[in-house]
Design a protein around this ligand. Structure first.
Ligand SMILES: CC(C)(COP(=O)(O)OP(=O)(O)OC[C@H]1O[C@@H](n2cnc3c(N)ncnc32)[C@H](O)[C@@H]1OP(=O)(O)O)[C@@H](O)C(=O)NCCC(=O)NCCS
Length: 171
C-alpha cells in the first residue's frame, strides 16, 4: 500500500528535523548538502529557500505523514520559469526509508510541478552509486538520459565528484 504522505510548505517549524537530517551519513554522501554541515547551515538554507519562494526560483516542502510527523524533504532546487524546467531533489529521514515514502513524495512533487506550476520538463541528478535513488527515479517515470562521468558534486575539502545520472520526465 502506498504510504500516506503530504507535502507541506517548508518553514522554520521544520528546522530542528532538518538539522538532524543534514547530519545523516547518506544525506552527506549523496546530496549537495555540505559535509560536514556547518552550524548555521539550516538557517542559511531556510533563508535561501524563502528567497527562492518569493522570486519563484525554488520551492521546499516538508514531507509529513497524516499525523504531521516529519518524514523528509521534497525540493525544487532550481526552477527556470522561462524555460519551463526545474531540477528536483529529495531526502527521506532514516527511520522512514525503505517503505515507499520517497517514491510517494517524488510522485506528489512531480504532480505539483506539472499540474500546479505548469512546468514542461523535470530533471533529477543522481550519483550512479545511489541505487535507491535511481530506482526511485525510474519508479516515478523518470528516464535516464545521460551519465556525466566524474562530474562535480559539491565543494570539499576534498572536492566531491562522481558519475552522475541525469534523469528527466516530460509533462
Ligand atoms: C534515496 C531515498 C530518498 C529513497 O527513499 P525511500 O523512501 O527509502 O525510497 P522508497 O522506499 O520509495 O524506495 C525506492 C526504491 O529504492 C529501493 N531501495 C530503497 N532502499 C534501498 C537501498 N538501500 N538499496 C537499494 N535499493 C533500495 C526500493 O526497493 C525501491 O525500489 P523498487 O520500487 O524497485 O522496489 C533515501 O534513501 C534517502 O533519503 N537517501 C539519502 C538522500 C538521497 O540520496 N537523496 C537523493 C539524492 S539524488
Amino acid at each position: 500500500m502506498e504510504p500516506d504522505v503530504r507535502l507541506v510548505a517548508f518553514s522554520g517549524d521544520h528546522l530542528a528535523d532538518f538539522a538532524l537530517l543534514a547530519q545523516d551519513a547518506e544525506v552527506r554522501r549523496f546530496t549537495r548538502f555540505p559535509d560536514p554541515p556547518r552550524r548555521d547551515f539550516p538557517q542559511r538554507w531556510l533563508e535561501r529557500y524563502e528567497e527562492g519562494r518569493r522570486d519563484r526560483t525554488r520551492e521546499a516542502f516538508a514531507v509529513q505523514d497524516g499525523d504531521g510527523t516529519f518524514l523528509g524533504l521534497a525540493l525544487a532546487v532550481a526552477i527556470d520559469r522561462e524555460a519551463g524546467e526545474a531540477e528536483l531533489g529529495y531526502t527521506v529521514a532514516p527511520a522512514a526509508r525503505g517503505r515507499g515514502v520517497g517514491t510517494a513524495a517524488v510522485a506528489a512533487l512531480t504532480r505539483w510541478a506539472f499540474d500546479e506550476q505548469e512546468l514542461q520538463r523535470l530533471t533529477l541528478l543522481i550519483e550512479v552509486a545511489n541505487v535507491a535513488s535511481t530506482r526511485l527515479a525510474e519508479r516515478c517515470g523518470y528516464v535516464l538520459e545521460d551519465v556525466r562521468r566524474n562530474a562535480y558534486v559539491k565543494a570539499g575539502p576534498p572536492t566531491r565528484r562522481g558519475d552522475t545520472a541525469v534523469y528527466a520526465r516530460l509533462r
